[in-house]
Design a binder for this molecule. Structure first.
Ligand code: DQA
Length: 179
């Protein structure tokens, strides 16, 4: 009996599911006191409220947001280092460490992830010792002076930056998480 060839099924192109972006939001020393700390400068919203707004806005944008706070420089460095394989970008309000921390500058440079410097107040319009940012040269952008909305605006800016990066642009030395 002559062998009859069964027509081969046409291969259907397998859709590659797009992994959502993941953003790490870090806040430095004394920001756990938001809401009670100098409300005339930092407002009355708590850090927990800010984190909840970031997570909600992230969900609207299809982005996963993880938010943490520490009073310890080394812990912030540890979290930045771990972000290299876990997240696509970082929002960092380093608080007073902004003005002093070479260690945080080095950590951001080391991981090569796009990082946005965030401030609730506008440090340049305050005391002279707040005018210097040690971390700014390691960051892609800075959002400051919009109250706690600075975090939200920074999230939107970073997501847009990352979406553009997806079509070719990357932070210098950036190592993206495997998709
Ligand atoms: C701050 C500004 C810093 O100068 C200050 O040390 C802070 C908060 C801000 O969010 O406005 O702790 O980072």
């Amino acid at each position: 009996m002559a062998a009859t060839k069964t027509p081969r099924k046409k291969a259907t192109p397998r859709a590659t599911p797009r992994r959502g972006l993941s953003i790490l939001v870090l806040s430095g020393p004394n920001l756990q006191l938001l809401g009670v700390r100098e409300p005339e400068i930092y407002g009355t919203e708590t850090l927990a409220d800010v984190h909840a707004r970031l997570v909600a806005r992230g969900a609207e944008l299809g982005v996963q947001v993880t938010a943490r706070q520490s009073n310890h420089e080394g812990e912030l460095c540890d979290w930045i280092a771990a972000a290299r394989t876990e997240h696509d970008g970082i929002l960092l309000n380093a608080a007073a460490y902004t003005h002093t921390s070479l260690a945080l500058f080095d950590a951001i440079k080391a991981v090569g992830l796009p990082c946005v410097e965030v401030h609730i107040s506008n440090p340049e319009a305050r005391e002279a010792y707040r005018h210097v940012s040690r971390i700014a040269p390691a960051c892609i952008a800075k959002v400051s002076g919009f109250g706690t909305d600075s975090y939200l605006l920074a999230l939107e800016g970073l997501v847009r930056w990352l979406e553009r990066a997806g079509s070719g642009r990357q932070a210098p030395g950036a190592r993206r998480k495997a998709r």
